[in-house]
Design a protein around this ligand. Structure first.
Ligand SMILES: [Fe+2]
Length: 402
């Protein structure tokens, strides 16, 4: 990256880091079971809610218990179940239309990151009816209070239940972008492992590694606080302890609960301390090819850590200790390599590959420029890279024949 742009990025990041103590971060209230939702809504004086979910979650019957207890408690329910992975602008606008037509007063995002992000994006449009999603993309563009929002993750996870972000994709350009503002932090997060019981191993694996990437990228970045460093280390400990177990036996509720907790901690760590180029590159890939975010992120993570080199050895040593693959006595460089190796091994054990077959050479330049736009100057990454330098990650994970 040229020195002028690098200086601009670092100045911008320094400003944001200095502002952290003054920014209105808040934690959602936590519920341990969906059974607690009706009484909570009544306490808030809410009698008409919109459930935002997807057809497969609903088809599996995962939302049926909540739907039943809401109806039983005379809470009017509107269901929008057309969310797809990577919610499009069209989907968010359609759900907003239903919300307004039915006079809803609150949102429940029930599902993976896409359903929760869709609910949060609907909330943004309700708060700012004059704006388009594109207007609200980027940092701090919403400002106004969004409707009361409950997030129920069925994956562990994107961390969307605690973050300031909602990611949407413009279906015409393929550009995936995030709305990031404090009103998007849900009011309530329901961490109920029962909702993740039927999650297939491949989704458990991808979303679990996404959680790991949140903690790792937050920890190695330049905007950590004491709290986010602790959260990231606890998250890494939990992922290395429980992810393999949750993938092998979906009914292992202790592992499922551990992963939900990890997701929440990782989500909170990165909402304050940001992610990095793993996410910037991953978003550009899933925007272009509609790939699952977790798996793409998992594949990219070791490549990006290797590219940062010795600059992040001290942080990787701490992460290696949290993961249980190094001790205080281990040499820094060795511990760093052990951590990257442990990430690769965990990927392999839970069935995640090392390449992204969807990548087409002709798309790399455009995707790298999207990643550059997302990452710079916002993400306080340990080593700055511009679009040209970011292209390496697409070539390294490229497997096609064109
Ligand atoms: Fe992520």
């Amino acid at each position: 990256m040229n020195p002028l742009k690098a200086a601009f990025c670092r100045t911008f990041q320094f400003g944001f880091k200095a502002a952290i103590p003054f920014l209105p971060y808040r934690n959602p209230d936590i519920l341990n079971s969906v059974d607690e939702i009706p009484s909570l809504l009544k306490k808030q004086g809410i009698g008409n809610v919109m459930l935002v979910t997807d057809k497969s979650i609903r088809g599996f019957g995962i939302t049926s218990h909540l739907e039943e207890i809401l109806v039983k408690e005379n809470i009017k329910l509107t269901v929008y179940d057309k969310v797809q992975s990577n919610p499009t602008v069209h989907i968010v606008e359609e759900a907003r239309g239903m919300y307004l037509a039915d006079g809803c007063e609150a949102l429940i995002g029930f599902g993976g990151g896409s359903s929760m992000d869709c609910a949060k994006a609907v909330g943004a449009l309700i708060a700012r009816p004059e704006a388009t999603l594109k207007d609200l993309g980027g940092m701090l563009r919403i400002w106004k209070k969004t409707p009361y929002t409950i997030a129920i993750p069925t994956t562990a996870g994107t961390g969307s239940e605690t973050t300031v972000a909602a990611v949407v994709v413009d279906e015409e350009s393929g550009h995936k972008y995030a709305l990031m503002d404090f009103p998007l932090i849900p009011d309530v997060a329901v961490l109920d492992p029962e909702t993740t019981r039927t999650l297939p191993p491949s989704v458990t694996a991808g979303t679990g590694m996404d959680t790991l990437a949140h903690a790792v990228e937050a920890y190695i970045g330049g905007s950590t606080t004491r709290l986010t460093r602790q959260e990231a280390l606890r998250c890494v400990r939990l992922v290395f302890k429980y992810l393999e177990r949750a993938c092998k036996n979906g009914n292992d509720m202790k592992a499922r609960r551990g992963m939900l907790r990890a997701s929440y901690l990782g989500g909170h760590a990165f909402t304050v301390s940001y992610v990095g180029y793993v996410h910037a590159v991953s978003h550009s890939l899933s925007g272009q090819y509609n790939l699952p975010h977790g798996e793409t992120t998992a594949i990219l993570l070791p490549y990006v850590l290797e590219a940062y080199g010795s600059k992040i050895y001290p942080q990787l040593k701490a992460l290696a200790i949290a993961a249980g693959v190094a001790s205080m006595d281990t040499d820094e460089g060795l511990a760093a390599r052990k951590f990257i190796k442990a990430v690769k091994e965990l990927n392999s054990i839970i069935g995640i590959g090392t390449k992204i077959p969807a990548i087409k050479l002709a798309d790399i330049k455009k995707m790298a420029s999207f990643a550059d736009k997302e990452g710079n100057p916002v993400y306080p990454v340990p080593v700055l890279m511009d679009a040209k330098e970011l292209e390496r990650f697409y070539y390294e994970t490229y497997e096609g024949e064109d």
